[in-house]
Design a protein around this ligand. Structure first.
Ligand SMILES: [Fe+2]
Ligand SMILES: [Fe+2]
Length: 196
């Protein structure tokens, strides 16, 4: 009997695909970071789904392979650059524009600590993803699952703090020159020309 097309449509899940951020958004670097947070949230949601469905440790079913590849590419190639945008440009500039603001200082200290933790969690996560993408099972399954779950949990809160506290302060206090400096540095970090 032929499958009911309505049911199969419901079951079909769109593969994870991250939209490229237009280069001219580098002229508005805070919005560039905001757009990157949207993409990171998509990555985190995909990791969460794979964890919940228990698909993350055994060899990959075919329809999860492309999602896992997209997650791996983001974590390895893009997240370190995003964190550098924040650590080297966004946070120091905010400290310069809001001197003596203890509450902001505390928040930035927490976010920096979480970046350190991200870099500790990433190696076991990416090693496990590499095992899966090579067609096998994750070698250190327990460490992998615990690290991926911790990453998912911390990223969600981390992004909320950055979007709701840090980026609004930057929009309010950064000067035109701050934005241009930051945009140029972000372009250089990505080996692209600052948009004319
Ligand atoms: Fe961050
Ligand atoms: Fe961020």
């Amino acid at each position: 009997m032929a499958a009911d097309p309505r049911t199969s449509r419901l079951r079909k899940r769109e593969p994870l695909s991250l939209e490229l951020i237009p280069e001219n958004l580098l002229r508005e670097p805070i919005e560039y970071i905001f757009a990157d947070h949207y993409r990171l949230r998509q990555v985190v949601a995909a990791m969460d789904r794979l964890l919940i469905e228990g698909l993350f440790v055994s060899p990959l079913a075919e329809d999860n392979g492309s999602d896992v590849a997209v997650v791996r590419t983001y974590l390895v190639d893009e997240l370190p650059i995003h964190i550098a945008d924040e650590e080297e440009d966004l946070f120091p500039c905010l400290e310069q524009r809001c001197p003596g603001d203890g509450e902001t200082g505390q928040i930035l200290a927490t976010l920096r600590q979480e970046h350190v933790e991200d870099f500790a969690l990433l190696p076991p996560v990416t090693a496990g993803l590499d095992n899966l993408l090579a067609g096998g099972a994750v070698r250190e399954g327990e460490l992998f699952e615990a690290s991926a779950a911790r990453f998912v949990e911390t990223q969600r809160r981390h992004i909320i703090w950055e979007n709701n506290i840090v980026l609004p302060l930057a929009r309010r206090y950064f000067t035109v020159d701050d934005m241009a400096n930051m945009g140029h540095n972000m372009a250089a970090r990505r080996n692209i020309e600052y948009p004319a």
